[in-house]
Ligand binder design. Structure first.
Ligand SMILES: C[S@@+](CC[C@H](N)C(=O)[O-])C[C@H]1O[C@@H](n2cnc3c(N)ncnc32)[C@H](O)[C@@H]1O
Length: 302
């Protein structure tokens, strides 16, 4: 069964969009203008744009998102919807193909990371809490987490876990992985979580011992930080003067890149000196919003 076939029930959408009102305000939504949602997911943010009469090019690297786009199209909302499977680092070429010269792009949204559907489907292999094959790819291609965990050297594994997981026990975790795989390939999320946990010194802890290693592998497998840097630069080139770039980041590595980009880019002027965060009321009903940081910038006229 393909991933698109395996998508879950469509209504209600299982992913609850984060900071929806703040996102719409930062995008300065205008009826009839074109926006790019580079991280379509279950289409929650796109739906709100379409309801306001804006047109949307929706992009997601996960082919499973296509069924959510099809459902949204059937809803008959006022704005036009185009959907493309692809990486937002290629936003310029995707826009040229899908929107052409239909006028400039008035806003770009990146709501980073994985969706609740990706996390909750054990078979996608993102979560240490759900046992499944060790995959972690958002797109259908490329090296999987299983390849990385079983084929990389101890040094490379330790570097990935340290850099992308900010894990202070990175060497100890990498060494335990290398020892464990000598007894047979590590093929499931459950087995990896067990191996990583066994590398941790005993004692009370605030988070699951595998959380940082899983985050590191996911970021590496999907080249998330490389895609973000390229996507931001491409979005800035694409926007019309006065156009808005809005990014929702969920951990400090992503947020640092966005903050630095808005500070350094000659094409952009930051609209958020400090990132916006979700209200306690939103966090209460959607715990995923707890770590969200929203930054926005405006394309300068040059
Ligand atoms: C947090 S979810 C987005 C949820 C969406 N805003 C909503 O309201 O339903 C992130 C989505 O972005 C996709 N994604 C992450 N990085 C991407 C990239 N570089 N290019 C394209 N899609 C990406 C993931 O596959 C996932 O579906």
């Amino acid at each position: 069964m393909s991933r698109a076939d395996a998508s879950p029930t469509l209504t209600p959408a299982p992913h609850v969009s984060v900071m929806a009102a703040e996102t719409l305000e930062a995008l300065a939504v205008r009826q009839g203008a074109w926006y790019v949602d580079g991280t379509f997911g279950a289409g929650g943010h796109t739906r709100l744009l379409l309801e306001r009469g804006a047109n949307v090019l929706a992009i997601d690297q996960d082919p499973a998102a296509a069924s959510y786009a099809a459902a949204l199209r059937r809803a008959g909302l006022p704005g036009q919807l185009r959907f493309a499977v692809g990486n937002f680092r290629d936003v310029e070429s995707l826009t040229a193909v899908e929107v052409g010269s239909a006028g400039g792009i008035a806003g770009v949204l990146f709501d980073l990371g994985v969706s609740s559907m990706q996390l909750d489907e054990g078979e996608r292999g993102f979560a240490f809490r759900h046992d499944g094959p060790l995959d972690m790819r958002m797109s259908a291609t490329g090296e999987s987490a299983e390849d990385v965990v079983n084929d990389y050297s101890l040094e490379d594994l330790a570097a990935i876990i340290f850099r992308f997981g900010e894990e202070r026990h990175s060497r100890r975790v990498a060494r335990r992985i290398v020892e464990a795989r000598a007894g047979g390939r590590i093929q499931t999320t459950g087995r990896l979580a067990e191996v990583v946990s066994s590398a941790y010194p005993p004692g009370p802890r605030r988070e699951h011992p595998a959380r940082r290693t899983f985050q590191a592998l996911r970021i590496h497998v999907n080249d998330e930080l490389g895609a973000l840097q390229e996507g931001l630069e491409a979005a800035a080139r694409l926007l019309v003067p006065g156009g808005r770039l809005v990014v929702l980041a969920y951990h400090s590595l992503e947020d640092r890149i966005v903050k630095q980009f808005l500070k350094d880019s000659p094409r952009m002027s930051a609209l958020t000196k400090r990132p916006l965060e979700a209200t306690p009321e939103e966090i209460e009903v959607n715990p995923r919003a707890r770590s969200a940081k929203l930054r926005a910038g405006e394309r300068v006229n040059q």
